[in-house]
Design a protein around this ligand. Structure first.
Ligand SMILES: Cc1cc2nc3c(=O)[nH]c(=O)nc-3n(C[C@H](O)[C@H](O)[C@H](O)COP(=O)(O)OP(=O)(O)OC[C@H]3O[C@@H](n4cnc5c(N)ncnc54)[C@H](O)[C@@H]3O)c2cc1C
Length: 265
């Protein structure tokens, strides 16, 4: 929008954040993430927004006094076995980096040489080629299912290479899960919404005209098929509309014009 584009945001849920949702009513004085939780120092956009909106990151720390148990194939590993497995898995996963480096633009992996062949290959088939212990193969398989939310037989090798390249090759494995957002990750979506609303209307205030451009589903109606009457409102704008000042009339007019235009699309 700051580049001059005309933007309308459609959201099928009755809240912003998508797969990120932060609860403040689970544990007193704490935020609990119900979706995306860990932030990477290699997540450039997130880091830039953190600075812009003055959000705070908390380091993810490890409790050295407590073991993080690993259970594979129904067996709990001893702490020595776990350490050995992590070492073997780390070395094996880093082997992906060399092939990932060949991906030109991780945001357009289909432009990579032999993209179709690489895309048809599965992550599972790569794991099978590794010269590592069977336990290590199971560990990698389990980790990548958990990371990507899908069986490795269904994961594209090219997709994984693009993911690793985009995360900075070896940095993908070390820097991707190092922060949490104080106040919950959903704070970013809320800050974006507030900032968007401020600049959406030429009057420069959070008024009906800007809010009408954000179509968020109400509890009783989902999903929206087009922007409809605003489901969010600002008491300041309502107050302003009540007095019918010049700016509120302009806002109301803009709102009707935009609503009519988007309702016809
Ligand atoms: C349990 C869980 C844990 C995770 N942990 C991490 C983590 O630790 N670190 C990390 O980086 N990532 C994590 N992720 C992944 C991360 O949450 C997602 O990658 C990220 O939220 C994707 O953002 P997005 O905006 O692309 O999509 P989404 O967050 O999915 O947002 C898409 C939005 O579009 C809306 N929408 C969809 N279709 C329509 C339609 N037709 N009309 C209107 N609106 C529509 C949806 O309602 C949704 O709000 C996790 C995800 C989950 C579920």
């Amino acid at each position: 929008m700051s580049a001059g584009y005309d933007v309308t945001v459609y959201e099928a849920r009755n809240r912003v954040g998508g797969r990120v949702i932060s609860f403040d009513d689970f544990v007193p004085h704490k935020h609990v993430e119900g979706g995306g939780e860990l932030i990477g120092s290699n997540h450039a956009t997130w880091v830039a927004y953190k600075d812009r909106f003055k959000l705070e990151f908390l380091d993810v720390t490890e409790d050295k006094d407590h073991e993080a148990p690993i259970v594979l194939n129904g067996q709990k590993l001893s702490s020595e076995e776990s350490d050995k497995l992590w070492e073997e898995m780390t070395a094996a996963l880093n082997m992906m980096n060399k092939e990932a480096a060949a991906v030109g633009d991780p945001f357009q992996p289909w432009k990579t040489r032999d993209a179709e062949v690489l895309d048809r290959r599965t992550l599972s088939s790569w794991i099978q080629t590794l010269n590592v212990s069977p336990l290590c193969k199971t560990g990698i398989d389990t980790q990548m299912i958990a990371n990507n939310g899908m069986r490795t037989e269904w994961q594209s090798w090219l997709g994984n290479l693009a993911m690793v390249k985009g995360g900075g090759l070896e940095k993908f494995w070390t820097d991707s899960e190092v922060y949490r957002c104080a106040g919950g990750n959903q704070s970013l979506a809320k800050k974006l919404l507030a900032a968007w609303a401020r600049i959406a209307c030429s009057c420069g205030r959070r008024c009906a005209a800007s809010i009408s451009r954000i179509a968020i589903a109400s509890r009783s109606r989902s999903p929206p098929v087009r922007p409809s009457r605003p489901t969010m409102s600002s008491s300041r704008c309502r107050r302003r509309s009540g007095t019918r000042s010049a700016s509120s009339r302009r806002c109301a007019w803009n709102w009707r014009r935009r609503w009519a235009r988007t309702s016809n699309t």
